[in-house]
Design a protein around this ligand. Structure first.
Ligand SMILES: Nc1ncnc2c1ncn2[C@@H]1O[C@H](COP(=O)(O)OP(=O)(O)O)[C@@H](O)[C@H]1O
Ligand SMILES: [Mg+2]
Length: 313
């Protein structure tokens, strides 16, 4: 599949990336011939179930892992042959990495990282204050990191990512460990960062609901290959948009009928069956509607998640 961005718009161009993990007795092709572009100031999603190759891909773009084949261009320059071209411009938060010293306060941690990044102390203090304020963490600046909740720690890690004023931030499974409220808050924060600072985000996640809400464009990976690519909204619209839900009385005959027709159903409270039928199965819908046990039929708009299930089976 070809990239789909006009050349003037490209911030990152991922070109034919292939990555193979070789162990003693097997080879795992984690990414196969992956090509796409990322625009400045967009939130770009890398989506797919576990093992699809998301982490492998995002690590290569974030320069934490070398591709076996292919190239990655940042503003038209290869990051593999010109590592200086992205220095200080990329920042990342990888899943499951311990990135803070628990027995130090948040403020001391951040100052320490700023020192490693060679940011002058005065500048660093100003940025830390601004960012902690922006993330609602000002009153916890002196708090030990070990007392931070998962949600707060996630924010603190993003603050660390932003210390260098990066152009691109890479996030791998950023919602892991966050509850619904913390996730919502996190989504709002990222969106406001894009608006206020024009930061580009590359996010790998298996969480459909999150990806649907936050990304402008996505690639969907399956077994290391791109199976879908495009604007998040258009992908949703490109697959048939509705499915029917048929409610039936639960009787032995209806169950038999549904099974014979190969339809999937759920058993609901009160002896009722609910059966989902896609547009493709419209013929089956007609057949089913002839049945006297049908209670009602509803048309339901499909969400990203049901599309996901269809693609990944
Ligand atoms: N360091 C590694 N060594 C060997 N195989 C790996 C390694 N990391 C990942 N893999 C394999 O590569 C495939 C893709 O993994 P990964 O990129 O972590 O997928 P995802 O992030 O989508 O879950 C999986 O089959 C996984 O088992
Ligand atoms: Mg992963």
């Amino acid at each position: 599949m070809k990239g789909f961005v006009g050349s003037s718009n490209r911030l990152l161009s991922i070109k034919n990336i292939t990555k193979v993990y070789r162990t003693k007795n097997q080879e795992i092709v984690a990414n196969r011939n992956i090509t796409f572009d990322v625009r400045k100031g967009e939130i770009f999603g890398i989506l797919g179930p576990n093992g699809a190759g998301k982490t492998t891909l995002i690590k290569q773009i974030a320069t934490l892992l070398l591709p076996d084949e292919g190239d990655i261009l940042f503003k038209g320059k290869s990051i593999l042959s010109h590592p200086d071209c992205f220095l200080g411009k990329f920042s990342f938060l990888m899943e499951g990495t311990r990135s803070m010293y628990e027995y130090l306060s948040a403020g001391v941690n951040l100052l320490y990282f700023a020192y490693l990044y060679k940011i002058p102390e005065k500048v660093a203090r100003k940025r830390i204050d601004e960012l902690m304020e922006m993330f609602g963490l000002t009153e916890f600046l002196e708090e030990y990191v070990m007392n931070y909740s998962t949600g707060m720690l996630k924010k603190l890690n993003i603050v660390r990512c932003l210390l260098t004023e990066p152009e691109v931030v890479f996030l791998d499974e950023p919602l892991s460990g966050l509850d619904v409220i913390a996730s919502e808050e996190f989504i709002n924060l990222i969106q406001s960062l894009v608006r206020k600072r024009n930061i580009t985000f590359l996010i790998a996640s298996h969480r459909m609901d999150f990806v649907e809400k936050i990304t402008d464009r996505v690639i969907w990976l399956k077994d290391g290959e791109i199976v879908k690519m495009g604007e998040t909204g258009k992908i949703k619209a490109s697959v048939e948009n509705f499915e029917y839900q048929v409610y039936l009385k639960k009787r032995r005959n209806t169950v038999r009928l549904l099974e014979r027709m190969g339809l999937i159903y759920e058993v609901m409270k009160g002896g009722i069956l609910r059966c989902n039928i896609s547009l493709k199965q419209k013929e089956k819908l007609k057949e089913l509607l002839d049945n006297e046990d049908v209670i009602s039929v509803e048309k339901k708009e499909r969400d990203f998640e049901s599309v996901f299930k269809e693609v990944y089976g």
